[in-house]
Unconditional design. Structure first.
Length: 382
C-alpha cells in the first residue's frame, strides 16, 4: 500500500497494464472529480478493475437523487480511461438514455441502436478507418452507461409498463453476454469493405443509473410503519453560523434491500446482472461547500475563470461559501445542481457590471472582488 495519493497517482500513469492499477489507485483518481461519495467510488473502482482485467464483469447500478453525482461518476471513469495510457483499449465509452433502446410502437428492444453508438465511439478512439479486428476488439471492451434506467420500471405511476419489462429483459440478455451482428465498413487488406461483425457483449461493462424517486418514499414507508422493527437514526447538523440542531435523517443506504427494487418494478433477473447496487447519498452542506470551492465544474470556479479575463481575482469568504452551500442544501432534491442557481443569483449582477461591486486594487492594473457574507445575504434576501 502506497503512502500518499500523489504516489498512487504517479503509479497509475506509469502502469504498463491494467492489472497493475489497483482499486485504491482508481479510487484516488476518481475522487479528484467526485466528492462526498467515497462508498460509491470504492464500488466503482472495483468495477473498473474487474472490467479492465477482464475476468469478471463489474456492472454497476447507481441509485441517487438528482445532482448527487451519477453522471459525474460516469464522466470521471471516462476521464480516467482517457488519461491513463494503460487503459487505451477501454476508451470506447458511451452514455445513452434508456428510452432510446426501445421502440415504443412495436414494444421492441433495439440493441443495434446501442451498438451504433458504441461503434461511433470506437471509431473515434481508433481514428481513421479501422480493421475488422480493431473495431471488434475495441467495441467488445466498451463501457456502456445507461441513464434514467428507473423510468424503465415495470410499473410507472401505478400502471404496468410493458416497455420497461421489454427493456430490462433485453438489457439483461446483453449483460449475460450476447452476440450481436453489426454491418460495418472496415479495412480489408487496405481496402474499405462492408462486413458483418459478430460483436460479443460479454466483456462490456454496464453502468446503469437512475434517481428512482418513488423508492425513497417506498422504503421510508416500510421503515416507519409500526412493527417494521426498524428505527430512524438521528444526526447532529451544524449550521453556517455555528449552531447545532438534531434531525431525524432518512438515508436510503441505511435501510435499502434488493427486494425494495423488485417492489419498485425492477425485474429480479435484471438486478441480478449487477455486480453491485450502489446508493449515492444526498450531499451535505460540507460537501456542497467543497464542490463549490474546488470542483472543476463548479459555478464559482467558472465565474473565477470569467473574471480572470478582466484581470479580476474572484474570491469568496468562508462564511459566504457556507451560506451558499446551506441554501443549496435547503432546496432539496436537486443536489449539487442547486449550487448553480443559488450562486448565480449572487454573481449575475456583477458578471453583468463588475463596476457595481467593491473592487480592491492589487497593483499592475489588477483587482480583487470578494464575495462576502453580507453580499450573499442581501442577494438571497436572508
Ligand atoms: N459528488 C459530486 N462531486 C462533485 N461534483 C458533483 C457531485 N455531484 C454533483 N456534482 C456537480 O453537480 C452537477 C450535477 O451532477 P450530476 O452528476 O450530473 O448529477 P446526477 O446525479 O443527477 O447525474 C454537476 O455539475 C457536477 O459537477
Ligand atoms: Mg445525470
Amino acid at each position: 500500500m502506497k503512502e500518499t495519493h500523489l504516489e498512487q497517482l504517479s503509479d497509475l500513469h506509469a502502469a504498463a497494464e491494467p492489472r497493475e492499477i489497483t482499486p485504491p489507485m482508481i479510487f484516488a483518481e476518481l475522487r479528484r472529480g467526485v466528492l462526498g461519495q467515497d462508498a460509491a467510488l470504492r464500488y466503482a473502482a472495483v468495477g473498473v478493475y474487474k472490467h479492465t482485467t477482464g475476468k469478471v464483469p463489474g456492472n454497476l447500478l447507481l441509485i441517487g437523487n438528482s445532482g448527487t453525482g451519477k453522471t459525474t461518476i460516469m464522466n470521471n471513469i471516462q476521464r480516467l480511461y482517457h488519461e491513463v495510457e494503460a487503459y487505451r483499449p477501454f476508451r470506447a465509452m458511451t452514455i445513452i438514455n434508456a428510452n432510446l433502446l426501445v421502440d415504443p410502437d412495436r414494444l421492441e428492444f433495439r440493441p443495434e441502436r446501442l451498438l451504433a453508438v458504441v461503434e461511433q465511439r470506437a471509431r473515434a478512439v481508433l481514428g481513421g478507418t479501422a480493421t475488422a479486428e480493431d473495431l471488434k476488439e475495441t467495441m467488445e471492451r466498451a463501457t456502456i452507461c445507461i441513464d434514467e434506467i428507473d423510468k424503465m420500471s415495470a410499473v410507472v405511476a401505478g400502471k404496468p409498463n410493458p416497455l420497461g419489462v421489454v427493456l430490462q429483459q433485453g438489457l439483461l440478455t446483453l449483460m449475460e453476454g450476447e452476440s450481436v451482428a453489426l454491418r460495418a465498413h472496415v479495412l480489408v487488406d487496405g481496402v474499405e469493405q462492408e462486413r458483418t461483425l459478430d460483436i460479443s457483449t460479454a466483456g462490456m461493462m454496464f453502468i446503469c443509473g437512475g434517481a428512482f424517486e418513488g423508492l425513497y418514499d417506498q422504503v421510508y414507508y416500510r421503515v416507519t410503519t409500526p412493527g417494521s422493527g426498524e428505527k430512524l437514526k438521528s444526526t447532529a447538523i451544524r449550521t453556517a453560523d455555528g449552531q447545532v440542531r438534531i434531525e431525524l435523517r432518512f438515508a436510503l443506504a441505511d435501510y435499502f434491500r434488493l427486494e425494495d427494487l423488485f417492489i419498485y418494478g425492477m425485474v429480479p433477473q435484471f438486478i441480478a446482472r449487477f455486480d453491485n447496487v450502489v446508493i449515492l447519498g444526498d450531499l451535505g452542506i460540507d460537501v456542497l461547500r467543497e464542490i463549490l470551492l474546488n470542483s472543476y465544474d463548479s459555478p464559482f470556479v467558472r465565474s473565477r475563470r470569467f473574471f480572470e479575463i478582466m484581470g479580476i481575482e474572484l474570491t469568496i469568504d468562508d462564511l459566504a461559501a457556507s451560506l451558499v452551500a446551506e441554501q443549496a442544501e435547503a432546496s432539496s432534491r436537486t443536489g449539487a445542481r442547486a449550487l448553480r442557481g443559488v450562486f448565480g443569483r449572487i454573481i449575475n449582477p456583477f458578471e453583468f457590471d463588475v463596476g457595481s461591486g467593491e473592487l480592491e486594487k492589487l497593483g499592475d492594473g489588477r483587482a480583487r472582488f470578494t464575495i462576502t457574507a453580507p453580499l450573499v445575504r442581501q442577494a438571497l434576501n436572508l
